[in-house]
Design a protein around this ligand. Structure first.
Ligand SMILES: [Zn+2]
Ligand SMILES: [Zn+2]
Length: 59
């Protein structure tokens, strides 16, 4: 099963482009860069580290 890419930030509900910059934790909580910087790169849901989500290649 393919990884489901979330297309909006879980904090501010802002839209995230599939090829834009987004951050994700190991439990796939997804946030925008602005929120991640405010949260010091720590996921508020699971306290995991937030890292840049790999960009999906356009097929
Ligand atoms: Zn956000
Ligand atoms: Zn998380």
């Amino acid at each position: 099963m393919a990884l489901q890419l979330k297309n909006h930030c879980e904090k501010c509900n802002g839209g995230l482009a599939p090829d834009g910059e987004a951050y994700i934790c190991s439990y796939e909580c997804t946030f925008c860069k602005t929120c991640v910087e405010q949260m010091d790169y720590i996921c508020p849901n699971c306290a995991g580290e937030l890292v840049v989500r790999p960009k999906r290649k356009t097929e």
